[in-house]
Ligand binder design. Structure first.
Ligand SMILES: [Zn+2]
Ligand SMILES: [Zn+2]
Length: 259
């Protein structure tokens, strides 16, 4: 199975080590036809991207486009959920600069309010030690993600199940309805093979992302491909593997990646 796009890569704008240009160079060298720059949303504690930097990134991407004719360069982001209502940490102003939006649950996020911080951060930490909290926390995480997917145009949910537990079946069901793909993250190994098998039953699509934090990792899909293959996925289950145009990313800003 050959993947032609990497939608999940980081740069120095958050806590990656390379520049946008370096990520694009590696992607082009590895023969990808699409590269997405997807920085962390501003609410990630310590590693969030400054809101104004999205404008700078857009300018950089536009300049790079004329230097790299053989590859599509997209500007996305890995937004955070900052409330149980599924609110995102990207303003309309930031959204207007982006080609696509991914969303992921991360353990350290500036939440919208103290109450939301308690549920999204503190309880998620506690559930590792306090077993009986786990079901409640999983339910809250899942509802927040589902609301985000329903209320926003989300291309991909990144690494479901990593660090913060989610109900994979419930998420997959809604993601399938909303045209949102679930990521198999090659860096972290989430979703696991078991989660992928559960999600596939609901007809959801998957995306394999490198989650590269250094340029040399761009397009490194090995672990993600292994999970996909073990779980029995085919090219048409995976938005960056499929050759069928109409099955390509529904929520990717109406960009026809096959044109
Ligand atoms: Zn992430
Ligand atoms: Zn990431």
């Amino acid at each position: 199975m050959k993947l032609w796009a990497d939608f999940h890569t980081h740069t120095k704008y958050s806590h990656g080590t390379g520049t946008i240009r370096q990520n694009v160079e590696v992607a082009a060298k590895k023969g990808l036809s699409v590269i997405g720059i997807s920085e962390h949303g501003p609410a990630n504690i310590g590693v969030g991207t400054a809101p104004d930097d999205f404008e700078r990134m857009r300018e950089e991407v536009e300049i790079l486009k004329s230097n790299f004719a053989g590859i599509r360069i997209l500007l996305g982001c890995e937004a955070n959920i900052i409330s149980l209502d599924g609110d995102l940490d990207v303003s309309d102003k930031i959204l207007s600069k982006l080609d696509y939006v991914m969303v992921g649950l991360h353990p350290l996020v500036w939440a919208r309010s103290l109450k939301n911080a308690y549920y999204l951060m503190i309880e998620n930490m506690l559930q590792w030690r306090i077993q009986w909290l786990r079901t409640k926390v999983t339910d809250r995480n899942t509802k927040a993600l589902i609301r985000a997917v329903k209320n926003h145009k989300i291309a991909i949910v990144t690494h479901p199940g990593l660090h913060l537990p989610v109900d994979t079946a419930a998420l997959a069901q809604i993601a399938a309805q909303c045209g949102t793909a679930l990521e198999i993250n090659a860096g972290h190994g989430y979703m696991t093979e078991e989660y992928v098998r559960i999600a596939k039953k609901y007809g959801v699509k998957f995306a394999i992302g490198s989650d590269a934090h250094k340029p040399s990792d761009v397009g490194n899909f090995k672990r993600g491909l292994e999970i996909a293959e073990k779980a029995g996925l085919t090219e048409d289950d995976i938005i960056n593997a499929t050759r069928v145009p109409e099955m390509t990313i529904i929520n990717l800003s109406n960009i026809d990646l096959h044109s």
